[in-house]
Design a protein around this ligand. Structure first.
Ligand code: KIV
Ligand code: ZN
Length: 523
């Protein structure tokens, strides 16, 4: 295949947005369209203007404000749809009308209740109308993969004669398999006599999980436009996933030898923006953009990755806009990977400390699937210095009520000052806040709480509470962040214990040899 350009037609804002759970308001659509321009798509299908007033306004706003890309509006094959689509897109730098009508007998008989001849005539008239507005007209024979091939060829030949410049072949119901779809595209290339006047496009749905495979098979047969959506969203099981097809073509370029305008480094931020706007996250094992796509947990894989990333990665995470692959720690992780992560967190442990640490690590990994940085911090505390942490909470006494201001008395043993017990009392916005203020007075710490998370470990009002805090303190001119953890039957006590736990970690970090160098290295 010769080195050819593939045009990316993004339908996230039309086929994607029309599927359940993915609706967006006008400003969100505009924001997303601008991100699609950064990603480098060639055509944005901004919506279906006749569908609603909101759709019309969104398409119109995108057409007026988004530059450097073609803006398509969808229209059924009738004059009212086409006129409305044109009204919405006419201000775009490069407007495109995309009109469609079904070509399969199933749709013609049962849905349209027409016959092949009248449907073909309608398609031709619609393309002619669109062509009266713009020289950029796309035509789709809906349900093409379940249509009679010769009727399809007749229809495609006629719409090219009527002025269509892009012929989009939809696998509307995701029915095709790659070899079959490829042979259909070849059939069109070989039998539509004026095909050289149009670009062949494909639009695949993922009902059988084959949308990307079918689109690639079509490219091999000569298709040069791919319709796709970010995170693969779209009607039912979705459309061809943009990120997957882009990275398949890039990673296996030796086979395809095609180019595109996509800046792959924008893939992750585009996917995240869509998730952020719609609130729908992608599954963790989703290719390219799932949380696990560049995460390695098995000990053997982690060992290989630490030696050379080529051992278990076929793409570089930086190429899709992820800064680095992650080695997810869990029960399969080897010592090497755990030590590596601890070092990145600023803990350079001796062999004896590591032995102690690993006993705790393995015990936790047996009950918890994935071990995050927060867990490592807690484990360090448990394994290395819980008993010898500088501050130990001896007692907490809280007085509060609906009409009396909260006041907490805290007693702490300071192991650095000859096990002296110190106590103080403070007010605050509730028992926890008052207790934390009392701890600050006793210890003189300048640490600040950045986040406070409460989890009930057991059910019911007598539940055990676990509180995790993030505390930040400036040490030798750099901000150092630690996690603190506390468990108690009383939520306020758990909060105070978690803060003291964080202070102990900060004390430990201050004492680590070479802390200044590590902090400067950002560790
Ligand atoms: O799936 C489909 O057939 C469509 C057409 C409008 C192109 O979305
Ligand atoms: Zn579709």
């Amino acid at each position: 295949m010769k080195n050819d350009r593939i045009y990316f037609f993004d339908t996230t804002l039309r086929d994607g947005e029309q599927s359940p759970g993915f609706s967006m308001n006008i400003d969100e659509k505009l924001h997303f369209a601008n991100q699609l321009v950064k990603l480098g798509v060639d055509i944005i299908e901004a919506g279906f203007p006749i569908a609603s007033k909101g759709d019309f306004e969104a398409v119109e706003k995108i057409a007026k404000m988004v530059k450097g890309v073609q803006i398509a509006g969808l229209a059924r094959a009738n004059f009212e749809d086409i006129d409305t689509a044109w009204e919405a897109i006419k201000h775009a730098e490069q407007p495109r009308i995309h009109t469609f009508i079904s070509s399969s007998d199933i749709h013609i008989d049962y849905q349209l209740k027409k016959d092949r001849k009248s449907v073909l005539e309608q398609a031709v008239k619609a393309v002619g109308r669109a062509r009266s507005y713009t020289g950029n007209v796309e035509f789709s024979p809906m349900d093409a993969t379940r249509s009679d091939r010769d009727y399809l060829v007749e229809m495609l030949t006629a719409v090219i004669d009527a002025g269509a410049t892009t012929l989009n072949i939809p696998d509307t119901v995701g029915y095709a398999i790659p070899s079959e779809f490829q042979s259909l595209i070849r059939y069109i290339v070989d039998n539509v006599k004026n095909i050289d006047k149009a670009v062949i496009s494909v639009h695949c749905h993922n009902d059988l999980g084959l949308a990307v495979a079918n689109s690639i098979a079509a490219i091999e047969a000569g298709a040069r436009q791919v319709e796709c959506s970010v995170n693969g969203i779209g009607e039912r099981a979705g459309n061809t996933s943009l990120e997957e097809i882009v990275m398949a073509l890039k990673t296996r370029n030796n086979l395809f030898n095609v180019t595109s305008n996509i800046n792959t480094k924008q893939i992750m931020s585009t996917s995240k923006l869509l998730t952020h706007i719609t609130g729908v996250t992608v599954q963790p094992n989703k290719a390219i953009v799932g949380a696990n796509a560049f995460a390695h947990e098995s000990g053997i894989h982690q060992d290989g990755m630490l030696k050379n990333t080529m051992t278990y990665e076929i793409m570089r995470p930086e190429d899709v806009g992820i800064s680095k692959s992650t080695l997810v720690l869990g029960k399969h992780s080897g010592r090497h990977a755990v030590i590596d992560r601890l070092k990145a967190l600023g803990y350079d442990l001796t062999n004896e400390e590591l032995d102690r640490f690993f006993k705790y690590f393995k015990a936790l990994a047996d009950v918890k699937k994935q071990i995050y940085d927060e867990d490592l911090e807690v484990l360090i505390g448990e394994a290395l210095y819980k008993e010898k942490g500088r501050f130990k909470v001896i007692n907490v006494q809280i007085s509060t009520g609906m009409y009396s201001p909260p006041m907490t008395l805290v007693t702490i043993r300071d192991r650095e000052t000859a096990e002296e017990e110190k106590f103080d009392v403070a007010n605050g916005n509730g028992g926890v806040d008052a207790g934390i203020n009392a701890v600050k007075k006793i210890t003189g710490t300048s640490a600040k709480i950045e986040s406070f998370n409460l989890v009930a470990i057991t059910g019911g009002s007598d539940a055990l509470c676990e509180v995790t805090v993030t505390a930040v303190e400036e040490i030798e001119g750099k901000k150092v962040k630690v996690f603190g953890n506390g468990v108690n039957i009383d939520i306020s006590v758990a909060g105070i214990l978690s803060f003291v736990d964080a202070l102990n970690k900060l004390e430990y970090k201050k004492k680590l040899n070479g802390i200044k160098d590590r902090i400067e290295a950002g560790l």
